[in-house]
Design a protein around this ligand. Structure first.
Ligand SMILES: Cc1cc2nc3c(=O)[nH]c(=O)nc-3n(C[C@H](O)[C@H](O)[C@H](O)COP(=O)(O)OP(=O)(O)OC[C@H]3O[C@@H](n4cnc5c(N)ncnc54)[C@H](O)[C@@H]3O)c2cc1C
Length: 301
């Protein structure tokens, strides 16, 4: 369960206190504020605070005195122009603060995104909960035979059952030992900062993560991508839905130019031009390596 009844009551209490404000408000984002969106078996993402909306991006781009909005169509056109031409600083004028609960091995990938502000739950100060990520059976996959960084078909039958059993038993045994080491009943009790080193990487941690929209879109481009590991991708997918509600024009432009678009090399562009002229272009006469050609063909569909 991502939130305990007490935690849910705190969220409900926060949502019950509305205040009038002169600040920019995004109705789509107000809907998400404080609410936990469940991810994986015990994780969640929830919006704690945000600044700006689509109009704030235009306001910054135009360095306006007022709201900066000429018309809704103008705003959407401007946002698409900014995205298309990598004019990124107006997107940095919007910010979001998230509370994320995630397994430690996912946090290790996430923390590589340096352009954010992070404050993590302290396992030196507090005792971690007995909560571990155990993959759902359909995500208990074999090592991919074509991609060293990926996974293949789901494990089945006895092998799946054995692997699940190992994951659960090892996690619980490690947690039992963690508890035994820090216990102060009849012993000094090992410091929490040392005892935690015995815990597995599938234990859950939590953090507050604050990032501007430009760097958030960069994160989403990499982590909501099919090449990203499933366990971080599901968090990125959940955040994509939030961003789509928060800044719908910016998100639509991002989907169009970044997620759905493609960057091709000058050599590949030359091949496209030759193809359009009716020339038969093959890998051999393309000037591309086999790998580049394969990816180019994938891009062209
Ligand atoms: C599918 C996938 C596989 C990966 N595999 C591996 C792996 O095997 N091993 C591994 O170590 N990592 C791996 N990574 C992590 C990856 O290399 C990046 O560290 C991570 O995606 C963060 O990207 P970033 O540096 O662009 O983001 P951010 O840290 O948010 O930075 C955003 C941008 O700011 C600029 N920037 C930020 N800090 C600096 C700096 N100190 N110096 C210069 N420019 C800076 C860069 O332009 C950067 O692109 C993988 C990532 C993905 C998505």
């Amino acid at each position: 369960m991502p939130l305990t009844p007490d935690q849910q009551a705190e969220v409900d209490a926060q949502r019950a206190q509305a205040q009038p404000t002169l600040r920019a408000v995004s109705p789509g984002m107000e809907k998400h504020l404080y609410t936990a969106i469940p991810v994986l078996d015990h994780g969640f993402v929830r919006v704690i605070d945000y600044m700006g909306d689509d109009a704030a991006i235009c306001q910054a781009a135009r360095v306006s005195y007022g709201k900066g909005t000429k018309s809704v169509q103008n705003d959407e056109g401007l946002i698409r122009y900014l995205m298309r031409h990598w004019h990124s600083t107006p997107f940095e004028m919007c910010e979001v603060k998230l509370h994320v609960k995630l397994p430690v091995f996912v946090a290790r990938q996430w923390i590589r995104h340096r352009t954010a502000n992070v404050n993590e739950y302290s396992a030196r100060y507090s005792i971690l909960d007995r909560e571990f990520y155990i993959p759902a059976p359909e995500h208990l996959a074999a090592q991919s035979v074509v991609n060293n960084q990926g996974r293949g078909a789901a494990l089945e039958g006895e092998e799946a059952a054995r692997v699940l059993e190992i994951l659960k038993t090892d996690a619980n045994r490690a947690y039992d030992h963690y508890e035994a080491m820090i216990s102060q009943e009849g012993q000094l009790g090992l410091a929490r900062e040392l005892a935690r080193m015995n815990l597995p990487a599938n234990i859950y941690t939590q953090w507050y993560w604050k990032v501007d929209l430009h760097n958030l879109l960069h994160f989403l481009r990499l982590r909501a991508d099919a090449h990203a590991q499933y366990e971080i991708r599901v968090y990125a997918d959940a955040i994509c839905n939030v961003v789509a509600d928060w800044v719908p024009f910016a998100y639509k432009a991002f989907e169009d130019y970044r997620m759905g678009g493609a960057t091709i090399s000058a050599t590949a562009l030359d091949c496209v031009r030759r193809m359009l002229k009716g020339e038969e272009v093959t890998q051999e006469n393309s000037g591309m390596s086999k790998g580049e050609w394969r990816e180019f063909m994938d891009t062209l569909g």
